[in-house]
Write a protein that binds this ligand. Structure first.
Ligand code: MG
Ligand code: MG
Length: 257
């Protein structure tokens, strides 16, 4: 069942989204060669709790940390640990928080120092794909319109989208209906209605779309070919006029980092 949110609920999800945007920026500010992903996770978790919110990934089906932190060929669901970031890495922070009972989900891929033009382009195209998908978040469209738009933009640029994982409804819980795949056919899938809140999250591979999940931890999702991947995510409310984006990259992109 797809839960529709009231205008008041959407404002409360926006409050969570605003704090999440600040959180990603706060952690992002500390991304540099030599820091560990565990350090970033601890810093971010403290920031979330200091601001009266709860990190929802921590404890979710046994996931051990507040953030998914995914470096280079890790597409998503990287577990923070004694992984030292180095110049030229690309690292995505993905986090879900609950503020006053309302849930926002967002992710951003950062460069560690100077990165290659190839990875820069992957990140740029992935972020473009997110906004192209968000543009389809209008009442009367269908989920497949989002999926198709994301897939086409990535493939046209020579990249591939992951099939195993997808976006999702969000707002009252971390994962609600419907699923929002990053590939699909226009005009198919659930109808988008005013009051739906979803997470759109392209996961894009520079090389092949095939991924593998770590046998040791059951979470870490890597590209099979070892080439880099990128991931950006916004939580968005569907309106009759188009997307109302409830999370924000403004704090990341307007910082002087
Ligand atoms: Mg997420
Ligand atoms: Mg998500």
């Amino acid at each position: 069942m797809i839960l529709l949110k009231t205008k008041e609920e959407i404002e409360l999800i926006r409050d969570a989204g605003l704090l999440l945007g600040k959180t990603l920026a706060e952690v992002g500010r500390h991304i540099r060669p030599g820091v560990t992903t565990a350090f970033l996770d601890q810093l971010g978790e403290q920031f979330i709790r200091d601001n009266g919110a709860m990190p929802l990934c921590k404890g979710f089906e046994g996931f051990p940390s507040a953030f998914c932190i995914s470096v280079n060929d890790v597409v998503v669901h990287g577990i923070p640990g004694e992984v030292f970031l180095k110049e030229g890495d690309n690292v995505s922070l993905d986090c879900v928080i609950n503020l006053n009972g309302y849930v926002a989900d967002s992710a951003y891929t950062f460069a560690v120092g100077e990165i290659s033009p190839e990875v820069q382009r992957l990140m740029k195209v992935t972020k473009e794909a997110l906004y192209i998908g968000l543009d389809k978040c209008k009442a009367g469209n269908r989920v497949g319109d989002i999926s198709h738009a994301v897939q086409m933009h990535c493939e046209k640029n020579g990249y591939n989208v992951v099939r195993e994982l997808c976006g999702h409804g969000v707002g009252l819980q971390m994962h609600e209906s419907p699923n929002v795949p990053n590939y699909g056919v226009k005009g198919t899938g659930p109808l988008l209605k005013e009051g739906m809140v979803i997470a759109v999250e392209p996961m894009v591979c520079m090389g092949s779309k095939n991924v593998k999940f770590s046998k040791e931890d059951g979470w870490t999702c890597r590209t099979r070919d070892g080439r880099p991947a990128a991931h950006y995510e916004h939580t968005v409310a569907i309106t009759a006029n188009g997307p109302d984006i409830l999370t924000t990259f403004d704090f990341i992109e307007n910082s002087n980092n």
